[in-house]
Design a protein around this ligand. Structure first.
Ligand SMILES: Cc1cc2nc3c(=O)[nH]c(=O)nc-3n(C[C@H](O)[C@H](O)[C@H](O)COP(=O)(O)OP(=O)(O)OC[C@H]3O[C@@H](n4cnc5c(N)ncnc54)[C@H](O)[C@@H]3O)c2cc1C
Length: 455
C-alpha cells in the first residue's frame, strides 16, 4: 500500500487537471499530485478506425489517461469564452484566460495557424435570416501532434515539481480533517482536492458527491438528428469556418437548436451504449466520403415536477433504438415532411448516398417527440437561407443523436463546492464541454485554492 501526503490532490490528468496543476505550481510551493486511472499518452492506443464507437476505457483508451478525453483526437481549440461552456459566469477576464491557455499550447508545439478569421460576411447573411452564426477563432493541433504537445507539457510540469500517479484509480473519497483518496493500492492524504474527472468519471463523482453531501443539479441535454448532405452543399461555409456553429430559435416552439460537430467529407457512425444507440460523425484524414454531416440538436431543460433530463433522454433514445431494431433510423427529409417512412428504394432514388449503411430506413416522427421533429424541420428550413441545399428532400437524417452532460455541481465563482476545500473543474462537474473551457475552469479552481491556501 502506497501512502502519500500532499497539499493539493488533483483527480484527472485531462486539460482541467493539467492546467490547474500548472497554475498552482507556478504560483506557490504547494505539493501537488495529479492522479489518473488511465495511461501516459504515449501508451494510449485506440485500435478502432472510428474511435467514437468505443466510449469505454477498456480496451480502448480514448477517454482516459494523460491528456484526458480527446487526447487522441485532432484537438480543435475553440478560442471563445461561450463555446464549450460559459466562462463569463466565473470570470471577468475570460478572453485573457483563453489567451493564456492558447499561449501554453503554442509554447508546447501547437501550430501557429489560426482558423476562423474574416467571418463578417457569414455573420451578416445569418443574421439577415434570424440566425446567429458564432464566429470562433480556432486552432487545430492535429492528432499526430497532440501527443507530443501533451508530453512536452507534462515534462514541464514535472520539472516544476508536479508529481504524477498514472494508472491509479481513485475509488473513494473520504472527508475528515484532511481528505483521503483511496485506491486499490494507495491512500493519498490532501488538504485540498480538485476533482477534474471528465465525462468518464462523472457518474462516479456524482455518487461521491451524494455520499459527501455536495450539492449538484441536473444539466440540460441535447436531442436531435445527424444531418448528411453532399459535401458541395457545405463547401463554401466550411472554407470560411472549419466547424461552423449556427444557433437558431425555431418559430413554433421558440426552442434553441444548433449545428454541432460538422464533419466535412466525413462518415456517420453509430455508438452502442448497451440499452440504446446514438449516432455521431467523424472525419478521417486518410479516408474521405463525398458527404458532409453535422449534428442538429435541440436543447432540452426540464423543470418541476421532473428535472431528470438524463432519464428523459434515455427513454427517447431507447424508443428510437427499438423502432430502428438496434440501429439508427434513417430518413430522407422529404419523406419526413410528407409524413411517410423512408425505404431503401426511396433512399436509392435520392442523390445523397448514406455513409452509414447499418441503419434502418424508417420514420423519425415515430421515434422522436413531435416538438423535436418540428424543431428539426423548421430549423433546417431556416438554415437553408444561409446554406442553400441543406433542407432539400434528399437530405438524409439519422436518429437519435443524444448528448448527455454530467450533473452540474453547484459551485461558487472560485469553483469550490459546499464542502470546504473541495473544488471541481471541467466536463465531469458539468462546467465545460471542450478543451479550452475545461482548461480554463482548471485554472479558475486553482486560483480558488491558491486564494485559500496562501492567505
Ligand atoms: C473523441 C473525442 C474528441 C474530442 N475532440 C475535441 C476537440 O477537438 N476540441 C475540443 O475542444 N474538445 C474535444 N473533445 C472534448 C474534450 O476532450 C473534453 O471536453 C475535455 O477533455 C474535458 O477535459 P476534462 O479535463 O474536464 O476531462 P477529461 O479530459 O475527460 O479528463 C478527465 C481524466 O480524469 C480521469 N479520471 C476519471 N475518473 C477518475 C478516477 N476515479 N480516478 C483517477 N482518474 C480518473 C480520466 O482517466 C481522464 O483522463 C473531444 C472528446 C472526445 C471523446
Amino acid at each position: 500500500m502506497q501512502n502519500v501526503s500532499c497539499n493539493v490532490a488533483i483527480i484527472g490528468a485531462g486539460p482541467a487537471g493539467l492546467f490547474a496543476a500548472y497554475e498552482l505550481v507556478l504560483n506557490s510551493n504547494l505539493d501537488i499530485i495529479v492522479i489518473d486511472k488511465g495511461k501516459d499518452i504515449k501508451k494510449r492506443k485506440c485500435p478502432l478506425k472510428f474511435f467514437t464507437k468505443c466510449m469505454k476505457c477498456e480496451p480502448c483508451n480514448i477517454l482516459c489517461g494523460l491528456g484526458g478525453a480527446g487526447g487522441l483526437s485532432d484537438g480543435k481549440l475553440n478560442l471563445r469564452a461561450d463555446i464549450g461552456g460559459n466562462l463569463n459566469e466565473f470570470v471577468d477576464d475570460a478572453d485573457s484566460l483563453i489567451k493564456k491557455i492558447d499561449d501554453i499550447f503554442l509554447k508546447h508545439g501547437a501550430p501557429d495557424k489560426l482558423y476562423g478569421k474574416d467571418l463578417i460576411e457569414l455573420e451578416k447573411i445569418a443574421s439577415q435570416h434570424g440566425i446567429k452564426f458564432i464566429p470562433i477563432p480556432q486552432r487545430h493541433i492535429g492528432s499526430d501532434l497532440l501527443p507530443e504537445v501533451i508530453t512536452s507539457f507534462k515534462k514541464e510540469l514535472e520539472k516544476l515539481g508536479v508529481k504524477f500517479l498514472l494508472e491509479k484509480e481513485v475509488k473513494e473519497i473520504v472527508a475528515d480533517k484532511k481528505f483521503r483518496l483511496i485506491g486499490n493500492d494507495f491512500i493519498i492524504e490532501a488538504d485540498y482536492v480538485l476533482a477534474a474527472v471528465g465525462r468518464s468519471g462523472a457518474d462516479w463523482l456524482a455518487k461521491q458527491a451524494e455520499k459527501l453531501g455536495i450539492k449538484t443539479k441536473y444539466a440540460p441535454i441535447d436531442i436531435g438528428v445527424r444531418v448528411e448532405v453532399p459535401s458541395v452543399v457545405m463547401e463554401d461555409v466550411i472554407e470560411k469556418a472549419w466547424d461552423p456553429k449556427f444557433h437558431i430559435y425555431t418559430p413554433t416552439y421558440d426552442d434553441f437548436i444548433r449545428t454541432f460537430c460538422t464533419c466535412p467529407n466525413g462518415f456517420v457512425v453509430m455508438e452502442d451504449y448497451g440499452d440504446y444507440i446514438s449516432v455521431n460523425g467523424h472525419s478521417s484524414i486518410n479516408e474521405k466520403s463525398g458527404n458532409t454531416n453535422f449534428a442538429f440538436l435541440v436543447r432540452i431543460e426540464l423543470t418541476e415536477p421532473v428535472e431528470n433530463t438524463t432519464a428523459y433522454g434515455i427513454s427517447i433514445a431507447k424508443m428510437a433504438t427499438t423502432l430502428g431494431g438496434k440501429m439508427p433510423i434513417l430518413q430522407r427529409l422529404g419523406d419526413l415532411k410528407a409524413g411517410r417512412r423512408s425505404t431503401w428504394q426511396r433512399i436509392e432514388k435520392s442523390y445523397v448516398k448514406p455513409t452509414l449503411k447499418n441503419a434502418t430506413p424508417g420514420d423519425i416522427s415515430m421515434a422522436l417527440p413531435h416538438r423535436i421533429v418540428t424543431d428539426v424541420i423548421e430549423g433546417l428550413d431556416k438554415l437553408a437561407n444561409v446554406i442553400p441545399g441543406v433542407a432539400e428532400d434528399s437530405t438524409l437524417l439519422y436518429a437519435p443523436e443524444v448528448k448527455f452532460y454530467s450533473m452540474r455541481f453547484i459551485v461558487g465563482k472560485n469553483l469550490e463546492t459546499n464542502l470546504q476545500n473541495f473544488f471541481v473543474a471541467g466536463d465531469g462537474a458539468g462546467l465545460s464541454r471542450g478543451i479550452i473551457a475545461s482548461a480554463a475552469t482548471g485554472i479558475i479552481a486553482a486560483r480558488g485554492i491558491l486564494d485559500k491556501a496562501l492567505h
